[in-house]
Each structure stands twice: as C-alpha cells, then as structure tokens.
Design a protein around this ligand. Structure first.
Ligand code: AP5
Length: 214
C-alpha cells in the first residue's frame, strides 16, 4: 500500500498514520518527526530547520526533497509507504512524482483529512507530547492521567514550540497558501479521497480502512 496522508496542521495525520502503519505493516514516514529528531540531536539539518519550524514556515524545498528521496530508498519502503507531511508544495509534489516513477512505486491514495480551522486550533493548542516515548495527548480529547507525565512511560509532557497560538495561525496560513493547492493537483490525477476528520479517532480510522479495503 502506497499512501499519502494529507491535511492541515492538527487534522490528525500523525494520529491516523500510527494506526494505519501498524494495520498495513508499512513505514510511517513523517517529515515533521524526521526534522524534530534532527533538531533534538542538534545536527546541521536540525539547526537549519529549527528557525523555519519555530516560526511556522516551511523548511526549503531542496532540503525536504533530498530528505524524502533518501528515506524512500531505504529497504523498509520496498513494500509500501505512508507519507505524513510531505509533499507540502508543488515543487515537492513534482519531485515526488519523479522519485516514485524511478522506483516504480506509484501512489495508491492521497487521503485528505478535512477539519475546520477552529477545531484545528483547539486540537493543536492543547496537544502535549511525551519527551521520552513520543506519545501524543490532548488535554481535553485524550487527556493523560496527570497533566505533567506520560501514562505509559512517565516521561515528561511538553508542548511543541510551534503549538503556541500565534505560530499555529501562521502554520494554517502557510498551509492555505502553499499546501492546499495540492488538493486539486492530486484530484486531477483521480487519486484523492477526502475524509471528514471531525469525530472520534476510531471512527475516522474506520472510514479510512473502509476506503482502503474496498
Ligand atoms: P509537522 O510535524 O508535519 O506538523 P503538521 O502538519 O503541522 O502536523 P501536526 O503534527 O501538527 O498535526 P497532525 O495532522 O499530525 O495532527 P495530530 O495527529 O498530531 O510539521 C511541523 C513543521 O515541520 C512544519 O511547520 C514545517 O516547518 C516543517 N515541515 C515538515 N514537513 C515539511 C515539508 N514537507 N516541507 C517543508 N517543511 C516541512 O493531532 C493533533 C492533536 O489533535 C493531538 O493532540 C491529537 O491527540 C488530537 N486529535 C487527533 N485526532 C483527533 C480527533 N479525531 N478528535 C480530537 N482530537 C484529535
């Protein structure tokens, strides 16, 4: 299964991606996670990316295209992939088309998760992440037992720097200008399916698997 999870910041891409990757035994390739890992390790890429991420801007295309090309050539992507957070611009989408053509792994579906702005801000501003195992919580919808520690490993919970309200609004604006136009790009190729992303995580997951298993 070759999939792209598409949608605005906070649509629930990461949440659904984890469940889908497990169900279909395909690697979850999140460019946001790869970049954050580099920021945490203090690599050259991480230092370069951090300034864009913290201000809600996109990291330059050439960096992302190089990164995704290398990641898709790794052995675990031989039997499928689930891209989360890539592509985000037309140059990234065009580069992906070229890369996938060369490795003969065309996209089966682009799953576009649709959620209204007000709900996105609510989801992102109340998200908390475990600094040890990476588990993601929501203070209202999926609350941890205490607001300070992870239920499963007791790691400390933190708020992403780009989940502050002013940065969230900038991320949404960048999404509308630079990423949303790709909906038409993939719709024109007849591989786009739009899913209503409001509701319970499990219900949305069932809607997606019904499409994929059809
Ligand atoms: P990235 O990490 O990709 O962030 P994003 O797209 O903004 O996505 P998020 O992780 O914030 O949201 P999500 O849709 O995964 O939602 P989640 O499941 O976590 O990118 C971060 C930055 O990296 C970018 O701004 C950019 O700078 C850079 N970057 C990354 N890729 C790039 C690229 N290709 N090009 C250039 N730059 C790039 O859910 C959010 C919250 O909602 C959670 O608390 C969750 O518990 C809750 N939730 C989920 N589902 C539901 C539900 N159904 N009901 C209620 N709450 C829910």
């Amino acid at each position: 299964m070759n999939l792209i999870l598409f949608g605005p910041p906070g649509a629930g891409k990461g949440t659904q991606a984890k469940k889908l990757a497990e169900t279909y035994s395909i690697p979850h390739i999140s460019t946001g996670d790869i970049l954050r890992d580099n920021v945490q390790k203090g690599t050259e890429l991480g230092l370069e990316a951090k300034k864009y991420m913290d201000s809600g801007e996109l990291v330059p295309d050439d960096v992302l295209i190089g990164l995704i090309k290398v990641r898709l050539s790794e052995p675990d992507a031989n039997h499928g992939y689930l891209l989360d957070g890539y592509p985000r611009t037309k140059p990234q989408a065009d580069a992906l088309t070229d890369i996938l053509e060369k490795i003969s792994k065309p996209i089966d579906y682009v799953l576009n998760i649709d959620v209204q702005d007000e709900e996105l801000v609510r989801r992102l501003s109340n998200r908390r992440i475990c600094n040890s195992c990476g588990a993601s919580y929501h203070l209202e919808f999926n609350p941890p037992k205490t607001n300070a520690n992870c239920d499963s490993c007791e790691g400390k919970l933190y708020q992403r720097d780009d989940d502050k309200e002013e940065v969230i609004l900038q991320r949404l604006s960048v999404y509308k200008k630079q990423t949303q136009p790709l909906i038409k790009y993939y719709d024109d190729q007849n591989i786009l399916v739009t899913i209503d992303g409001k509701g319970q995580v499990e219900d949305i997951f069932n809607k997606i698997t019904n499409i994929l298993n059809d």
